[in-house]
Design a protein. Structure first.
Length: 405
């Protein structure tokens, strides 16, 4: 490990130390193993080769009669690279979801059972439940490990028109959170839904049930669902709650809906009916959101990487525009592109390592206090001033001894 760590690998190590789920551990190990490092170094080398050819053309092109095909060949190579970078960016933020958790927001009208669901999921009384509509005002978050993936659940205020200013703020927050959700759990009362369907004479056989529901008056959701990334309905689950209150006949109708539409789960958050099935559907959806690319290619795991990769792509796009006008400016774009990639992999300075490793770690491990951590590093720094690898190794050994693993 010594002398070979770049910033992505150190970040991988920090993620490994902080990992709480199997998926986070796997991803961190892949990153620590140099998955991202190899990918970005390969891209940098390719831009570097193009840059070298271009610089040669600028310096000697006219005098030495360099091959005229240099420019088109550089453009062709960069075109291939741009396609690869674009594909890398179209990852639906899977790596970031694994690392930070799938943000799952529970929404619906007041009193439909959102907080009851939250408590069921967390197996704790984290939210106040009451028959009074408008009980929950603020948003409430709780993280859980679902089938090896981190899921951050968020309970919200029931959405309705209200003159109460505090509740209005709650509704505003609920809408804000919903618009940022990776996954929506949209709760309806089963009985009311059936009543609305029969009132409007809407056959449940009609195409997408969620569209029908949206048209049936839950219009506030229309914008939320429409705004929800590209996947939209694919990551919205509809829970028809309180099925314990249904007659036999009504229950049959609800079951038919559930069989017909994969996004619908009929449940009772009070007596637990249908919850096992719902949990299975939920964990399948979570897996779809987090993985699924063959061969487990290295993915972007942090916003920091995404910003740099996007900037790099932008530089390569601008290169294409500049090359027709001014070759020297175009060459500069390539230097910028390399810089952006270099920011991701980074030359590791001691402070970078300290920042990355210590950012969250000592908050989590209460038995190693920050002062102990700092003094450990001071002594390490004195001994091994320029050897990052050794410091990291020493840190890991220290942590392992603290954890007795
Ligand atoms: N019978 C029955 N009652 C339920 C069920 N789920 C929730 N309730 C009841 O419905 C009422 C409202 O539940 P909450 O969980 O507070 O509803 P909420 O959606 O969080 O409501 P607000 O916070 O006001 O938006 C409570 O009295 C719950 O006990 C269920 O599955 N069956
Ligand atoms: Mg509530």
């Amino acid at each position: 490990m010594a002398d070979k760590l770049d910033l992505t690998e150190v970040e991988g190590l920090a993620d490994l130390l902080n990992a709480e789920t199997e998926a986070q551990r796997r991803q961190a190990l892949r990153q620590m193993d140099g998955g991202l490092h190899k990918l970005y170094t390969d891209w940098t080398d390719r831009v570097k080769r193009c840059s070298a050819r271009l610089e040669a053309f600028i310096d000697f092109g006219e005098d030495q009669h360099l091959d005229e095909s240099i420019l088109p060949s550089v453009q062709k190579d960069l075109e291939v690279l741009k396609n690869e970078i674009s594909a890398h960016l179209q990852d639906k933020r899977k790596g970031e979801k694994v690392r930070s958790g799938v943000f799952t927001v529970i929404i619906g009208r007041p009193n439909v059972g959102k907080s009851t669901l939250m408590n069921y999921l967390c197996q704790k009384e984290v939210a106040i439940v009451s028959p009074i509509a408008g009980t929950t005002r603020d948003t409430l978050e709780f993280s859980l490990n679902i089938s090896g993936y981190m899921v951050n659940f968020c309970d919200t205020a029931g959405i309705r028109e209200t003159s109460d200013t505090i509740e209005q703020e709650g509704v505003k927050r609920a809408k804000e959170r919903s618009s940022k959700a990776d996954m929506l759990l949209f709760i309806l009362e089963a009985k009311r839904t059936l009543e609305m369907l029969s009132l409007k004479k809407v056959s449940p056989k009609k195409k997408e049930f969620i569209q029908i529901i949206l048209r049936l008056g839950e219009s506030y959701l229309q914008s939320i669902v429409a705004n929800q990334h590209e996947e939209s309905n694919a990551n919205t689950l509809i829970l028809l709650n309180k099925i314990d209150l249904l007659s036999e006949e009504e229950l049959m109708k609800v079951k038919q809906l559930e069989e017909k539409y994969s996004s619908i789960c009929a449940v009772s958050c009070i007596d637990g009916t249908g919850m096992q099935k719902f949990m299975n559907v939920l964990s399948e959806r979570i897996k779809e959101l987090c993985c699924g690319h063959a061969g487990e290619l290295p993915t972007i795991t942090q916003e920091r990487h995404r910003v740099c990769v996007k900037n790099c792509l932008q530089d390569l796009i601008e290169f294409d525009e500049c090359i027709k006008l001014d070759i020297a400016i175009a060459a500069d774009k390539l230097r910028h592109a390399m810089n952006e990639l270099g920011k991701i992999t980074g030359r590791i300075r001691i402070n970078d390592i300290l920042d990355v490793i210590f950012k969250d770690f000592f908050d989590i491990l209460s038995f190693v206090s920050p002062s102990q951590g700092n003094s450990l590093f001071v002594s390490l720094l004195q001994e091994e001033e320029n050897d990052c690898g050794r410091i990291v190794l020493a840190l890991v050994t220290h942590i392992e001894s603290q954890m007795k693993i």
